[in-house]
Structures are given as C-alpha cells and as structure tokens.
Design a binder for this molecule. Sequence first.
Ligand code: PMP
Length: 386
Amino acid sequence: MKKVLMMIPGPTPVDKSILEALSRETISHLDPELVKTLKETLNYLKKIVGCNSGEAFIMPGTGTLGMEVALVNSLKKGDKLLVVSHGFFGDRFVEIARVFGIEVEVLTCQWGKIVEVEKIAQKLKEKNFDAITITHVDTSTGVCAPLQEIGEVLKEFPNTQYIVDGVCATGGVEERMDDWGIDVLFTGNQKAIGVPPGLANAVFNKKALERRNALGNIHGYYSDINRWLPIMREPGEGYFSTHAINTVFALHKGLQMILEEGLEERYNRHKRYSLACKKGLKELGFDLLVPKEIRASTVSTVLYPPNFEDTSFRKKLYENGVLVSAGKGVLAGKIFRLGHMGNITENEILCTLSIIEKTLSEINYDFKWGAGLGAAEKVLFENNHT
Ligand code: PMP
C-alpha cells in the first residue's frame, strides 16, 4: 500500500514517539503517573501560550468543544458578543453563541482578507460588548489575525473578554496571552501540535476565571470549567469524568517536543516551510488567496488558474501520494488548502512539491519542470546552511 503524505490543515502527520506514547498501557485516571503527567501537560500548555497566571484545562473533546467551553464560561444568555469572523471557523462562533441565547454581532470581510483593526475599535466604541472572539488562523481562508494589535485596542475595553481560537495556530504561530491581553485561548491537538485529535485544551487567565465565577450557574455541565477545575488542580484526588488517558500521554509528549525544539525555533521553522511552499507554488503559476502581510504560516490557500479542474487534480495528487484539502464554502473549487505544520520535516515539504509537479505534468498543465521544487529548496537550504 502506498503511503500518503497527509498535507491537509489537520490532522497532521504524527511523530512515532507520540504514537508510542498513545499506544502505551492504559492506567487508571488516579494513577500517580497519570496525575504527574497531566500536571506537567497543563504547565507545558500554559508555557506555550504565554500565560503565567490562570488555569489550563485539558478535556476529552476537540476544538469545537473548546469553542463552546470558551463561550459558556464567559457569557450568559442575553450577554453581548462581538464575533470577528475571517471564515468558516469564525462563523461557527455565531452558531454556538446563538444556541446559548447570547446576542451576537458579527464583523466580517471578504474571505482571504481580515477585518481592519480600526473597524473593530470603532465597533467597540459604539456599543458595550461582554466578549469578543477571534480566530487566530482561520483554516478555511489561511489568514492570520493580528492578535497583538487587537489586544492593544482591547486595553481600552477591560470589560470585554478577549477570546482566541488557536486551533490552527497554537504550537506553530506565536501566542502570548499575558503580553497581548488574551483572556481565554483554546486549541485542539491535531494541527500544529501534531498529536492525534481527541482533546480540547483551554487556558483561562485570572480575569476569565473570575468572570466564570461571577456567572453563577451556567448552561453547560460537561463544558463547565468549574466542574473540571478541582481535577485539573489535583488530578489524583477526585473524579469528574474519565480522562482520555492515552491521549493525555500523547499530548504530553507532543508539548514536550515543542518546548524541546524551542518556541522561537519552531515558529521560525513554520515560517520557513510556509515560505518554501508558497514560493514553490508561485513558481508553478499558482497565486495565493491571502495578501503577504496576513498569510498564515501553518496553512496555504492556493488559487487555481482559470479553467483548472479541482476535483480531478486533487484525486490525481492523492493517487500520486499527497493529500490536500478542498476549499470550503465560497472558495470550493477555487482553491486547494495545503497544510504545513506540526512535526513535518523538510523532506515532506520537498516531496509534496515534487509530487505536485508530477501531477501537473500528468494533466498537461504548462509549467517549468523543477521550478517549484527549486524555489522551495532555495528557501529551505539557503536559510539552513548560510
Ligand atoms: N477552529 C479552527 C480554526 C479549526 O480549524 C477547527 C477544525 N478544523 C475548529 C475550530 C474545530 O475543531 P475540531 O474539528 O477539532 O472540532
């Protein structure tokens, strides 16, 4: 059977050492080893997202549970939420908030662009919002939101809770909760962290924990952080819900690998891989959906030239050994999405560009052989060896 490179924007390929952690013997949720591992994992998470105070929560679930956890522990029915949406996952906040009777206003823009920070500032001046949500990298469009700048604006609005979706960013793009004034940040496992899916990982700062307490009873049981809090503080002393024990071991290993690589080095590696892919694809005649200044380094959204057949290209690419994702919503048929995050290597980047060239030649697309691969090699090797 041919091994297919999973170059989609999550789940991402999983390193062998993480798979080994996942496949180890299952132990009790009260076992001292699990207790120690969970405590360390919570600390690693806080370190990676730059939160010195507050609490981290690791819950069986996925990124979508993280979204729900962030909202129900920050807002009650009738509270006002400003959603800044840059695509499919930004819009999901609107759906979730409405389920809980939260009053939502949305600031949005053409897919592939970002809402200007001045527009956000203007909206916040016009009306009091209890919280604002922003998706760090919207996986559907490949834009990266200016979290730090938005944080600066929010300094003037201390009653507006700053909630960030880090699902397609954490572990691959810099996030500094304390420095940028982020109150709640959540992520999953399966993207830049490079661990199999199965956990929702959230960090609430001190202010956000106080907000949760001020809400009293909330419309959530499993998603109520106050039910999880005792278990996160003292995992060996009680029970709330059986943890995904083996996935916790995998996450522990995944976060440890991030810290061992070094945050700065890891973010730079993501930038390098991203640039290699983007330059390579441009040399092959593809444009990118997103303007340079706001391009994510975890995913590329690649525009097809006119009259290019999306489905048959992706099918052939898959048969040749590389899996990429289709465009979502209004971008369906117009783009493909290439993930380049987590624990992938230079070899996988180069192999992907080489297989893209092979596939393009099979569909009689006009391009210069080796141009994409050469451009990628230049980025990877020049930066590495000079
Ligand atoms: N937010 C973003 C930015 C995402 O990319 C995703 C998943 N692709 C989600 C939220 C939802 O996460 P999950 O699929 O793990 O529930």
